[in-house]
Design a protein around this ligand. Sequence first.
Ligand code: ATP
Length: 254
Amino acid sequence: MISVEHVSKSFGTRQILRDVSLSVGKGETMVILGASGSGKSTLLKMIIGLLRPDSGRVMVNGQDITRMNEDELNRERIHMGMVFQYSALFDSMSVRENVAFGLRHHGHFSEAEIDSIVREKLHLVGLDGTESLMPASLSGGMKKRVSLARAIALNPEIILYDEPTAGLDPIRSTDISALIKRMQETMHVTSVVVTHDLKSAYYVADRIAFLYKGQFRFIGKPEEIRNSDDPTVQQFIQGRGSLTEDSHTGGDRG
Ligand SMILES: Nc1ncnc2c1ncn2[C@@H]1O[C@H](COP(=O)(O)OP(=O)(O)OP(=O)(O)O)[C@@H](O)[C@H]1O
């Protein structure tokens, strides 16, 4: 379904990804773990075609995303929902209009159809009756859920999540993790989840890929990563995972 093949990417003189390959099967949930600055979001942006690799390619549904022009990408993105870090809702639009956004841009739906889809998706994320609320009045957890409702409005085959539980308290994080799992079970979507949240990773992942110094240090099932005898992997999963990679590579973030 998604196949990242020998992808490399640099920003300026800094190489972020070095000959990285990863495949995600249909219906699979792949979690990408890695320290801050390790290139997780960069990889996600390449899968949705917001960034192009310097070399290598990204295949989605058998098509090479890296060679598409903007029109082709827009057509392909109809099949992909993205839940952005910090929700990225449109502040001036109601919950209803946020969820309806993609429907208005990509589809030919009547107002009645839009109403019905918005209601159905809000129900799926546990936000019945919130259509007329504005984003400013929502909690962080509610915003994430609206963002998810927006991402699934067009029944995507693929959902990409960038830090879906970031900034949430543990209870809200568990709610969002349960929703990610529910999307997989009810909509049989293929998902890629970028996160720092190990608890969520173990819960939602079919497989986990651990990005370290520009390469995948480990790809495998949650129980396999737990039992890995690689000291770098163990160091990361035993709670020192919040270390930033920028410090190793001389970057400016973290
Ligand atoms: N457009 C850009 N121009 C220059 N540098 C960039 C750009 N995008 C990302 N970077 C740098 O590339 C590195 C990887 O960024 P990325 O956002 O992919 O990391 P990440 O693993 O998602 O980190 P975090 O967990 O903090 O979100 C960082 O050092 C970042 O500063």
